[in-house]
Design a protein around this ligand. Structure first.
Ligand code: ZN
Length: 203
């Protein structure tokens, strides 16, 4: 149960959140951490919500098609059901070293308890998700996950209008549903100033 100089933890519970707008490199950062754990021969599994099937049912795919295999689940508690068990009751209930969760914003608030349960059982949990929806409101379980996390990294896209750091995913199509699975045709990353301007234009 030690931390080496690179900050890697071996079989010690921990929750890491990588959050930001669309096109900020969240999934790339998740994949980077997962691959590094895989190189260290740690047992890794990645989950994503079933709702997100833009590219592939079984892969976590970033926008640059850097893919790793993942398991789609319909709700957060399915994660605990699917994980291999050690048969032991305390501390090491799950026979896995690292659990990755992509597109975490689409899960329910119960993902917070699921992540705590994993970390309490010595699993390293790495979560990637959108911090805000297209209206700039905190998205799903992300605020709760940031609160319980040992480490939070906020990554930024570049504002497509002015080149400053972006903070929100502005929706280019008129649809009021919070969940609209989309890509470059539907969303653009904007900084706070450009987002304010775009809102007055949208009215
Ligand atoms: Zn801007």
């Amino acid at each position: 149960m030690t931390t080496n100089s690179a900050g890697e933890l071996h079989r010690q519970g921990r929750i890491e959140v990588v959050c930001g707008s669309m096109f900020s490199g969240k999934t790339e950062e998740l994949i980077r951490r997962i691959k590094r754990a895989t190189f260290a021969r740690q047992r890794v599994i990645i989950f994503k919500p079933q709702i997100d099937n833009r590219y592939s049912e079984e892969n976590v795919v970033s926008h640059d098609s850097n893919a790793v295999t993942s398991t789609p689940v319909s709700c957060a508690t399915d994660i605990l059901r699917i994980l291999p068990s050690t048969g032991e009751a305390d501390q090491r209930r799950y026979d896995i070293d690292v659990v990755g969760i992509d597109e975490a914003q689409f899960f329910g608030d119960d993902l917070v308890d699921v992540c705590n349960e994993l970390a309490d059982n010595n699993v390293r949990v790495i979560i990637a998700g959108l911090d805000m929806d297209f209206k700039g409101k905190p998205f799903g379980p992300m605020p709760g996950l940031c609160a319980i996390a040992d480490d939070v990294m906020k990554v930024h896209a570049i504002c497509v209008r002015c080149g400053a750091l972006a903070y929100v995913s502005h929706r280019l199509v008129h649809d009021e549903n919070q969940v609209l699975i989309g890509e470059k045709a539907e969303y653009e990353p904007l900084c706070r100033e450009c987002y304010k301007k775009s809102k007055t234009q949208d009215l």
